[in-house]
Ligand binder design. Structure first.
Ligand SMILES: NC(=O)CCC(=O)C(=O)O
Length: 271
């Protein structure tokens, strides 16, 4: 089965959900003429990293965002991996991804597990706990958020359960572009899965972002890569390739998990 996937590498208006929603609506309408199967948005696409104002601008229970993407997906008959947004609940604010299928059903939700201290996330956000597995087009997929890609053990939690496509949504700054590209290729090679990585473009008061959204195949080959500017990035992926690579080098059946650390609580105190 082949799927046409488009990342919407957007510039995000700082702390302005209404403006960002308008931008997403316009871009999805334009892109839908090319009939992609799946559209992907970047991290925190409604607010950007306007963390000090989150109390005011975060989405209560994500209700507004869910209704918006569900309607957009249904209207254009396109699956949407809707980046992430600041979701407000009585327990605090999370950096949360929603996924809508072609019928407008919300089929997945994931809250960022690893909070990025360099951008103050730990001061304003609560971390999630559950993995980001969901099914689109009969394919098991995983969603993670930006800094999460530095934790291969977290990505593995998803691929040992059979995920074939890893969606990464991000606000990754330009000074670490080299890490972004290398980590994404590594995650694709070691997990033998497609990696669809949608970064934002532009800058906010504290950072210039890298763009360079990437679509990488299970052999680690880059199928498409954006430049720094806002733009859509599209590639067609063939899921047969996942099966072929996993058969050629059968890492999932060659794993020896009984020798791996399952919890660091089991570490000896001293060596
Ligand atoms: N928004 C993020 O999680 C950024 C992560 C990042 O920049 C990194 O270097 O890791």
């Amino acid at each position: 089965m082949t799927l046409k996937i488009s990342c919407l590498q957007l510039n995000i208006a700082f702390g302005d959900p209404a403006e960002n929603q308008q931008r997403v609506q316009t871009e999805v309408e334009k892109l839908s003429a090319q009939r992609p199967d799946i559209i992907v948005l970047p991290e925190l696409w409604t607010t950007g990293y306007d963390l000090t104002r989150l109390d005011e601008i975060a989405d209560e229970d994500g209700a507004h965002t869910k209704a918006f993407i569900s309607e957009l997906a249904r209207l254009h008959h396109i699956n949407i991996v809707a980046g992430s947004i600041a979701k407000k609940t009585k327990d605090g604010i999370t950096n949360t991804m929603y996924i809508a299928n072609r019928n407008g059903d919300i089929v997945g939700e994931y809250s960022k597990l690893h909070l990025f201290q360099l951008m103050d996330e730990h001061l304003y956000l609560q971390s999630g706990e559950a993995p980001g597995l969901f099914t689109l087009e009969n394919t098991l997929c995983a969603g993670v958020i930006c800094y999460d890609i530095r934790f291969p053990e977290w990505i593995r939690v998803h691929t040992v359960q059979g995920a074939e496509i890893l969606f990464v949504v991000a606000e990754w700054p330009l000074p670490r572009l080299h890490h972004w590209r290398t980590l994404l290729q590594a995650r694709a090679i070691e997990n033998q899965c497609y990696v669809i990585a949608c970064n934002r473009a532009g800058h906010d008061p504290n950072n210039t972002f890298a763009g360079h959204s990437l679509i990488v195949d299970p052999w680690g080959e880059i199928l498409a890569e954006a430049k720094e500017e806002p733009c859509p990035l599209t590639a067609e992926i063939d899921l047969q390739k996942v099966k072929q690579v996993r058969k050629q080098i059968p890492i999932f059946s060659d794993r020896r998990p009984e020798h791996y650390i399952t919890s660091e609580k089991n570490f000896p105190k001293k060596y």
